[in-house]
Design a protein around this ligand. Structure first.
Ligand code: PNW
Length: 478
């Protein structure tokens, strides 16, 4: 007879741990020109030839705008206790200009109200991201995130959403991954709006931080019961040779630009002096006004951490050709400002379909770092997951064993961080559905639920069944 596995083989999660999945408006909604919505920078970018693989756009995406009830039913079937989604700013205030928010669009508010009500009716707790990259195009036309007024209008938009939904929504996340918005949008140009202007990218960093601070104040006013978070894609920076002074210097630079330039103002009310000094030739940082850091450092309730892959770094010397492991240095612009002497060595070993290497230790390390740096602040893993090509068996089942393995090892990493004292209160798989993967269009699939883009039929992958089992047990079976 087979013996039951002893309890010690099971990694139990804390009671009340939130089990979720995450999506973003432009990646799933479609209905780009419906419900009073006006174009965002991602509409413009994806409709510009050569920007997105295969010319894909978010015009239809997963048609979630029309199918959200079916999608919430899927979430309920999986047993999700929370769902993280984003609100599309150009649905809420489609006539926004740099100087005025403009009227609130009742159709936009109605869509998200119906979605929230549907979630609550199924016992699923909504977590709203206010900005997941779909900036109204009219704001970009006036300078976008390089212009301070974008942050001011964002604060007003946040107040509208918080006033409309704050009584029903326990968690508002101001921004998703400002690193991507600033550096991929304004320095390397591989994301919308596709600009390659390092000075604008650093101004964008500050205006995104300011937008977070202004939105935090707005949510406190309009939805005093809600909790406030920001989601950062922090890097687990690994110097190639830990005892090399030059590699350590490369690591400091990358840590500054990706982690500390966002963590320090929010948690400590200051910008890292070394980052300001390193980038002095690019900008004088005069976009930071008196009082801004007080706004930005208003207390938050939760820090959201998105983690996919480690970041190995080393010093680059002109004596050897530079590696292109970050997809840059090949004629396209780099997202790494003032980092000519830094490179990202190619890693060996398993990789996802994005070419991102797999190392769950980074998730444990990042959660523990945040726990040390912000004692007592709750942490959520607001995104973690992997793209892999579909493996379909003879019965048509999607046997995504590699994704299950990725989720299993990363959940074990979260469990380890909790055991070591990190107050992690929830985990969201990226993503619920296959969706518009930005510059990669529909050619990369992150979903635990498969989407057939011809028919819009949704099919649970094996990873969805695995995740449902984890949720049911509130534990990771070994
Ligand atoms: C995140 N990088 O994006 C986003 O929050 C999601 O919308 C996205 O679908 C998911 O991760 C998977 O890509 C990132 O180049 C995009 O380092 C690019 C990078 C990091 C995160």
């Amino acid at each position: 007879t087979i013996q039951a596995a002893p309890d010690t083989d099971v990694l139990q999660f804390p009671p009340g741990f939130l089990w979720g999945s995450a999506t973003a408006a432009y990646q799933i909604e479609g209905a780009a020109a419906e419900g009073g919505r006006t174009p965002s920078i991602w509409d413009t970018y994806s409709h510009t030839p050569g920007r997105v693989l295969n010319g894909d756009t978010g015009d239809v995406a997963d048609d979630h705008y029309h199918r959200f009830r079916e999608d919430v039913a899927l979430m309920a079937q999986l047993g999700l206790t929370s769902y993280r989604f984003s609100v599309s700013w150009p649905r809420i205030t489609p006539q926004v200009t740099p100087d005025a928010l403009g009227p609130v669009n009742p159709e936009g508010v109605a869509f998200y109200t119906e979605l929230v009500d549907e979630l609550l009716a199924h016992g699923i707790s909504p977590s709203i991201t206010l900005y997941h990259w779909d900036l109204p195009q009219a704001l970009e036309d006036a300078g976008g995130w390089a212009d301070r007024r974008t942050a001011e209008r964002f604060g007003e938009y946040a107040e509208v959403v918080a006033a409309a939904l704050g009584a029903k929504v326990p968690l508002f996340i101001t921004l998703n991954e400002p690193w991507c918005s600033a550096y991929l949008g304004y320095a390397s140009g591989v994301h919308a709006p596709g600009r390659t202007e390092p000075a604008a990218a650093l101004a964008a960093v500050h205006h995104l931080n300011l937008a977070h601070g202004l939105a935090t104040a707005a949510i406190r006013r309009a939805a005093p019961a809600a909790r406030v978070a920001i989601t950062l894609n922090l890097a687990w920076v690994c110097p190639e040779k830990p005892d090399s002074v030059l590699d350590a210097e490369a690591a400091r630079r990358v840590d500054g630009l990706q982690n500390r330039v966002f963590l320090d103002p929010v948690l400590h009310g200051s910008y890292p002096a070394d980052v300001q000094a390193d980038t002095a030739a690019v900008t004088d940082w005069s976009f930071v006004h008196d009082g801004d850091l007080d706004v930005i450092s208003a207390p938050i309730d939760v820090l959201g951490v998105n983690y996919y892959s480690p970041t190995p770094v080393r010093h680059w010397t002109r004596e050897r050709p530079k590696e292109n492991a970050d997809g840059h240095g090949d004629g396209t612009a780099s997202p790494w400002i003032a980092c000519d002497d830094v490179e990202f060595p190619t890693q060996h070993g398993r990789k996802t379909d994005m070419g991102w290497s797999i190392d769950p230790r980074g998730l444990t390390e990042l959660l523990l770092r945040v726990a040390r740096e912000a004692p007592g602040l709750a942490i959520m893993v607001t995104e973690n997951g992997a793209a892999f090509p579909d493996v379909v068996d003879a019965e048509g089942r999607i046997v995504d064993t590699e994704r299950i393995d990725y989720l299993r090892t990363h959940l074990a990493a979260v469990h380890e961080a909790i055991g070591a004292g990190a107050p992690v209160t929830g985990y969201y798989v990226w993503s619920l559905l296959d969706n518009f993967e930005w510059a990669w269009g529909y050619a990369r699939r992150f979903g635990i639920v498969h989407v057939d883009y011809e028919t819009q039929v949704r099919t649970l992958k094996d990873s969805a069944l695995f995740y449902a089992d984890v949720i049911r047990r509130n534990a990771l079976p070994q």
